[in-house]
Design a protein around this ligand. Sequence first.
Ligand SMILES: *Cc1c(COP(=O)(O)O)cnc(C)c1O
Length: 527
Amino acid sequence: MSTVNESPAGSSKALRVSQSRQSRSAFPLAGTGDGLVDAAGVLSRTIGGALAARGVRGPLPIGAPADVLAKAAEMLGPATLREHGIGTDAALQHVAQLLLEHGIHLAHPHAAAHLQPPPLAVAVAADVLVSAENGSQDTYDSGPAGIAVERWVVSALAKLAGLGEHATGVFTPGGSLSNMMALLLARDAAAAKHGINVRKDGVAGLPRPVILCSELAHFSVHRACATLGLGEASVIGVPADEQHRMHPDALAPILRELGPSATPVCIFATAGTTDFGSIDPLPVLAKIAHRHGAWFHVDAAYGFGALFSERLAGKLAGIELAHSITVDMHKIGWQPAAASMLLVRDANLFLPLERSVDYLNPPDDARAGYDGLLGRSLQTTRRADAVKVATTLLAYGRQGLGAMVDACHDLARYAEQSIASHPQLELVSPANLTTVVFRYRGNTAPWALDDLNADLRRTLLTSGTALIGRTSVCLEGRDAASSTCLKFTLLNPNSTPADIDGLIDAVVACGQQRETAFRIRGEIGGA
Ligand SMILES: *Cc1c(COP(=O)(O)O)cnc(C)c1O
């Protein structure tokens, strides 16, 4: 390469600069290429070897939690900062090994515990680019591309939900935070109607604020209300019907009983409950919210992905009536966390979050267009999480994502049928989206089933062979106390019915083994 010829003749300074660009930097930076290319080489070699090793391991490492955690920590050596580093290649290899040996393997077909998908390769690759660029979403001069991409993604998904041309949104670190922001906007809107400026004066003047959600709504509603000064007591859990949806006839009488002294801040609907995938009756709830002048929020952290599927999209009818929607693309969306969004039907709804900060977005800069997304978020520095989502939407389109949703829904329906016809198992809740809830029954007396199912799951986890979820459910016709149940959350679109058979076999074999152990210890009765 003729760098010398490209420089003005005799310019020794230019020569020095171009030479230093060609050699390895003292401190390799991702944004200049050299460091990242080297690191990618280490990763591809390590991952290549590790993937072969993964063929022989299950979704979790084998062992009791304390032992697994101790072994993982041991790989780092004593918990003190070393005086001299081991070098970037060695450090990367070491940490890759640590994660592969002691981490979770979500692409394993028997990983079925949580709404935590195996991420798509294209999304992970895009996320590396985002980290390398390290732009921030708060101001124009912190990263213009990311701002444009975020606006594009939230518009595209808001349109998919039917929120209309003026809809927009913001990325957040998770569904819990998206729900909190929705409740913040709802709180401030309700207060404004009472002439209260919450930002300045707090919530004390707001007459008895209430948030009405299904009794099965996500616990982040309670946390958000505690954080927002509304108090957890402001959350009213409306009874759910036998299909785990907010009972459509239960809400109106509760509101009537509360009377005019209470402020209905928000009707908070869930589209896809975490355990059952059940969807509240959105059109009915929207109408009631409208009648009471309350904000209508739809927590579709889990269920939003149904909109990608032609077969399932109809289940979300009414979502287009929401003031705001929570979306978690790190659930049905196959993104690495975090990829959550709060969509709103009008950009003006974000006004309570507006801020002008001298060193970030002073008014004259903002007027001249040198502005970012600071005024939509509670964060300042904020990753461009939208980029991996945009890349995925570009790569697969609605149909590509819909095919993945349908594949997981098919798996859940297959699991539902297999469980329902299995003599040792009891189906508790059918497959609404991609989850199935059930119990191991075996030959055990009902009073011992809670302990048996909990023990069964822990045994599976320490065996490392199958990773399944648990929850508790009020079973019909039993006493009011809830029962411990098992759950499959199926988010691996490459899994097959044979994988589900294997998962069910593992559960039943483990159940029988634990039943025997319980019986020997005399902790069990016959059915
Ligand atoms: C997962 C979930 C949340 C919380 O989302 P995070 O991203 O885990 O914070 C909220 N609501 C529902 C219905 C969920 O399933």
